[in-house]
Design a binder for this molecule. Structure first.
Ligand code: B4P
Length: 194
């Protein structure tokens, strides 16, 4: 199984690259952002609670996203592998993911981080906010809050995977295809060593 964590700050291009990777490698895409927005659009209780936090650029509680991921792993027992996009976002989530995958005997193959500086992130998210309808993309203050949440709570997750010798980073600035090629080179080298 190939289990990839795609990592990076909000707007780094995780979702964009995931769409291309699932086509090429036949992996299941697990985006906690998309799962939460699905709950919001269905008007579930979980979605209503999550929306209050997401609209302010704050992370939703660990137990909520861990529960969603656990459910999705169980629902895709025959998958060739997964791309985790936007998860884990805290060290507690990373520890929980290791435990979930241990019970399935399918550990994380590696993490790939997309490196993008803050000015470019703000530019991309505001641009997307013009037509995405996402409240968390439309407001510069909320975007800065999301970047701060990333620096405080999510950036330490890189150290978790560095300690397991599973961390690689690439430049996330360039065309979508240039970045995709760099990600594929890493994935192909992991597959060749499996
Ligand atoms: P997410 O949905 O995960 O959103 P993201 O970080 O904004 O997106 P991403 O990095 O995927 O950017 P994208 O490719 O779309 O999270 C939203 C919220 O949900 C969080 O703030 C949090 O509240 C909550 N949440 C989600 N997961 C959670 C968790 N595990 N724990 C707790 N809370 C959680 O790219 C952005 C834009 O850049 C797009 O418009 C794209 O077209 C553009 N772009 C992409 N690549 C480009 C390139 N190379 N050049 C120029 N533009 C590019």
């Amino acid at each position: 199984m190939l289990n990839l964590v795609l990592f990076g700050p909000p707007g780094a291009g995780k979702g964009t690259q995931s769409q291309k990777l699932i086509e090429k490698y036949g992996l299941i895409h697990l985006s906690t952002g998309d799962l939460l927005r699905g709950e919001i659009s269905q008007g579930t209780e979980l979605g209503l609670e999550a929306k209050k936090l997401m609209d302010q650029g704050i992370l939703v509680p660990d137990e909520v996203v861990i529960g969603m991921i656990s459910h999705k792993l169980d629902a895709n027992k025959d998958a060739k592998g997964f791309i985790f996009d936007g998860f884990p976002r805290t060290v507690a989530q990373a520890e929980a993911l290791d435990r979930l995958l241990e019970s399935k005997n399918a550990p994380i193959s590696g993490m790939i981080a997309l490196e993008v500086h803050d000015k470019e992130l703000e530019y991309r998210l505001l641009l997307r906010g013009k037509d995405s309808g996402r409240p968390d993309d439309a407001n510069p203050e909320v975007i800065r809050k999301r970047i701060n949440e990333y620096n405080d709570k999510t950036a330490p997750v890189a150290g978790f995977y560095k300690n397991q010798d599973k961390f690689k980073s690439i430049n996330g600035i360039g065309t979508v295809d240039e970045i995709f090629d760099a990600v594929c080179r890493l994935l192909d080298s992991w597959l060749a060593n499996q």
